[in-house]
Write a protein that binds this ligand. Structure first.
Ligand code: ZN
Ligand code: ZN
Length: 253
């Protein structure tokens, strides 16, 4: 079984053919997927999709790109969505100082407010981070203990060690299959498999040979294959261990 621990089936790109996408996901042996919210409407859709499909779970949260929109109404609606039994995490939240679509100050405020939501609801967190590992790790080190995953890891090895020291998982997706991703692959090789989650981030970051096309959960097989090669492990073993990791983090009851 495979677990796509981070995808956006709530994205408009899946509106017209979601049933086929889910059918291909099941055919590929993907037993579960976790749909991450990125703003208020997409969080609601994630929760709705999880009610409609047995193998779909949801995370709710406001992405740093949308941090400018974060307010108390949204905070209340996230809290109420988190009462839903299949909404298993807060996310994706974090810092993105690469695009800076929202002011860094606003991003930090939205991150801290949503960390408090995770703490009061006792839910794990899905973190997004671009060019902001130092400030994000500092904030998390002060807020520890936190259960969660740094999705789509692109940090360096020292930052990876700091994340692992806090007990965080690192998520790897299609980027490990890209030609210029040797640093990411080195880190995937070095970290213990017990700290590793697989993800697609669909519709983004489709793995080779589908790079540039719309990504979808079925393609997580290509990620698992590459991670198995990097770690010199059996594909079956990688699938089983990362599946267990997903259950441990997101389905702890
Ligand atoms: Zn992200
Ligand atoms: Zn994402």
């Amino acid at each position: 079984m495979l677990y796509d621990t981070h995808c956006h089936l709530n994205h408009p790109q899946f509106e017209s053919d979601l049933d086929q996408v889910l059918a291909r996901m099941r055919d590929a042996g993907v037993g579960r997927c976790l749909v991450a919210g990125y703003d208020s409407p997409s969080s609601l859709i994630a929760a709705e999709l999880s009610s409609m499909h047995e193998d779909v779970y949801a995370a709710v949260g406001v992405h740093p790109h949308d941090a400018d929109s974060f307010n108390e109404d949204i905070e209340r609606s996230l809290l109420s969505l988190l009462e839903h039994p299949k909404v298993v995490a807060v996310g994706e939240i974090g810092l993105d100082f690469h695009y800076n679509y929202s002011l860094p100050k606003k991003q930090i405020l939205a991150l801290e407010a949503q960390l408090r939501i995770a703490q009061v609801t006792n839910k794990p967190v899905i973190f997004h981070c671009r060019e902001a590992y130092e400030p994000l790790l500092e904030i998390l080190e002060c807020a520890a203990p936190i259960h969660g995953v740094m999705h789509c890891w692109v940090g360096d090895i020292d930052q990876a060690r700091r994340a692992l020291d806090m007990g965080l998982y690192l998520g790897f997706g299609g980027m490990v299959t890209f030609k210029n991703a040797s640093e990411i692959c080195d880190i995937a090789a070095m970290i213990p498999v017990d700290s590793l989650l697989l993800e697609t981030d669909a519709p983004y970051l489709a793995p080779t040979p589908n790079r540039g096309k719309r990504n979808e959960p079925a393609y997580i097989r290509l990620v698992a294959e590459k991670v198995a090669a990097i770690k010199e492990m059996d594909m079956e073993e990688v699938m089983m261990r990362t599946w267990e990791n997903g259950l441990t983090l997101f389905h702890r009851e």
